[in-house]
Design a protein around this ligand. Structure first.
Ligand code: SPV
Ligand code: MN
Length: 622
């Protein structure tokens, strides 16, 4: 009897919290992992403020977080070699370990055995936290209830800031179905960071609706509700016919107080955060969106309730909202930054950084090298901040809390592309957009990632790292989703990284605001556009007007012409690359190849008429 077992293992006050929830599956789940992980105490986190304060205090008491000078601010360090998602050791468990393109899979039985062996006694002498959340707004058609078990007070604390607490949902709804997350940071070293990194594992059990992480603390591996859950929700969305996407959600302010909502998918470090945080627009979410068909309309919500954002490069001028949040006395966890005299510092903050302190490598000084001889920067390039969305002055609160989500006007896809796509382009229709924009995203590697710079990497919908289903099935569901909508969102592609033949960027950082304003006008049918072989692009006159209105800036015909030139050879090369990728997989929907062929034909015809590099003005009258 699970409840009997729990009564024996839990203190009376903690057991009472569990007893209030009538849910056999939950009781069995807790019994199983208390037995396996064998913690010395268990704390059940309800929705009360007291419980939250308890978790926060434990994070400090156990040394996983340390107080900084500003009230509410703490710092957390991950192991020097535990600074990012561990793709190598993340597995999607499939019945027989079937291969899926671009996904690391493992036979379910084997994976479950491996992870459970690692979990045995993993919490001995430690405290287990049990937490209840809702992915998406509570009591909404989007809600997915979830339970997290973890022995990390830092992980529990982070989740309380990033997700909607939902203990009450479990109490009110006996036997509600839920997603499950089990995490143990494993043995810690003297700096309170995970020690046995060679035994670091993340396992996604689709069939059991459980995700596991062990011997790691880095949030991208351990915060069950974030990326581990994402693999489970992608699978669930496929089964149920909706979309779970790696997308921000934002509102763009149009004329006369109108707001249009957009989602946006970008690989990391390609402008995702800077787009949804644009000054004067409305932030709803920065990382994950659920999109459902509600009465024939595509409606979207933010899965989360907070931001786990990259801190490198955040400065006063470019990121005023984030800067303001990071400098207010609010609850913020800084991770893997440099700390000197109780203050956090990070690369690219636009202020002088001290030459000593403590960072992810321990005691740090300017010029310090790691054991491979690499110079250690003040903060890790993936150093982050964790903050609640409610702190952001640009938050669209109503949209965040709307139970039916917001009506989606458009979906944006972007990547780092120096020479192929124009700055903004609207797809002809849903199918064209899904295939030729979303499923064709490529992004060039940057100095920030390991390996060679400027190498184009295929990254379908910017979701490749997280896919848990076959790409063909994923695409079929996407295509089908749009077909069932009365009026599908318009699909746009953007490219903030286009360069001229001398390698100079053709746009300034803020031009993206103009593209968004143009999209808003397009979704309301208020401006015309020019038809090109790859989709609709803006008319010069409309952009010039927007640049004038928004920035009081002149936008020249020369700039427009350079930016929106249709680069036929580059576009054809891209089609070749994408076609090759999809032809090497099985089970890809026929539409994918049809769209690629049709676009190739259009490009070749245009080349016959106008040549290789075609001025946008050429398409004005034709
Ligand atoms: C990303 O890398 O896409 C992130 C950070 O949002 S992580 O939580 O590590 O996935
Ligand atoms: Mn992300």
């Amino acid at each position: 009897m699970p409840l009997k077992y729990l009564k024996e293992r839990l203190d009376e006050d903690q057991f009472k919290k569990i007893e209030k929830i009538e849910n056999e599956a939950l009781h069995e789940f807790l019994e199983k992992y208390i037995e396996v992980c064998n913690p010395s105490r268990v704390f059940v986190v309800t929705d009360s403020d007291d419980d939250e304060v308890y978790v926060r205090n434990r994070a400090i008491m156990y040394g996983e977080e340390r107080l900084l000078i500003t009230p509410g601010h703490t710092v957390h360090f991950d192991n020097y070699y535990d600074q990012a998602r561990d793709k190598e050791h993340t597995y999607v468990l499939t019945p027989e370990g079937e291969k899926l393109p671009y996904i690391r899979t493992m036979k379910r039985d084997t994976g479950l055995k491996e992870i459970h062996d690692l979990l045995i006694d993993s919490m001995k002498g430690k405290e287990m936290f049990i937490l209840f959340f809702s992915l998406g707004p509570k009591d909404s058609p989007f809600m997915i209830p979830a339970v997290q078990i973890t022995d990390s007070a830092y992980v529990a604390h982070s989740e309380l800031m990033l997700y909607r607490k939902a203990y009450d949902v479990f109490v009110r709804n006996p036997n509600i179905d839920f997603m499950k997350f089990v995490h143990s940071e494993g043995e810690l070293d003297e700096r309170k960071t995970s020690k046995n990194l060679e035994k670091r594992r993340v396992m996604i059990d689709l069939e059991g609706n459980v995700a596991y992480a062990v011997n790691t603390q880095y949030a991208g591996n351990t915060i069950g509700l974030k990326k581990p859950a994402f693999r489970l929700t992608i699978y669930k969305a496929l089964k149920e016919g909706w979309l779970s996407e790696h997308m921000f959600l934002m509102g763009v302010n149009g004329p006369d107080g109108r707001v249009s909502y957009f989602t946006g998918a970008f690989p990391s470090m390609c402008g995702k955060t800077s787009t949804c945080m644009l000054v004067g627009e409305r932030l709803v979410g920065d990382d994950l969106s659920f999109i459902k068909n509600i009465n024939g309309e595509a409606r979207a919500v933010n899965v989360e309730n907070g931001v786990f954002g990259i801190i490198q490069g955040v400065n006063k001028e470019d990121d005023p909202y984030i800067w303001e949040v990071l400098h207010s006395p609010k609850e913020i966890i800084f991770s893997n930054v440099l700390v000197h005299e109780g203050r956090p510092y990070w690369n690219g903050m636009g202020e002088e950084i001290p030459c000593e302190g403590e960072n992810h490598s321990g005691k740090w000084w300017c010029g310090k090298k790691d054991k491979d001889g690499n110079e250690i920067p003040p903060s890790h390039k993936n150093a982050r901040f964790t903050a609640r969305l409610e702190y952001f002055p640009n938050l669209d609160r109503d949209a965040l809390n709307a139970k039916d989500g917001v009506k989606l006007s458009g979906m944006i896809y972007g990547g780092r592309d120096s020479d192929t796509w124009p700055p903004v382009c609207e797809a002809f229709d849903w199918t064209h957009g899904v295939v030729m924009k979303g499923a064709s995203i490529e992004s060039e590697t940057t100095a920030a990632t390991l390996g060679k710079e400027g190498v184009r990497k295929y990254n379908i919908m910017s979701i490749l790292d997280f896919l848990s289903v076959h790409i063909g099935d994923y695409l079929r569901n996407y295509l089908e989703f749009g077909r069932k909508l009365k009026n599908p969102p318009k699909i746009f592609a953007v490219n903030y990284f286009l360069r001229d033949e001398n390698g100079n960027f053709l746009n300034s950082k803020l031009d993206k605001k103009i593209w968004l304003k143009w999209m808003d006008l397009r979704v309301h049918g208020e401006v015309e556009a020019i038809e090109t072989p790859i989709g609709y692009i803006p008319k010069y006159e409309d952009l010039a007007k927007l640049f004038r209105e928004v920035f009081d800036r002149e936008y020249t015909r020369e700039d427009y012409e350079k930016q929106f030139t249709i680069r036929v050879p580059k576009l054809l090369e891209k089609i070749e690359r994408i076609r090759k990728i999809y032809s090497e997989m099985y089970g890809i929907p026929e539409e994918v190849f049809k769209q690629l062929d049709a676009e190739e034909m259009r490009l070749k015809e245009a080349r016959k008429r106008f040549g290789d590099y075609i001025s946008p003005f050429k398409f004005y009258t034709s």
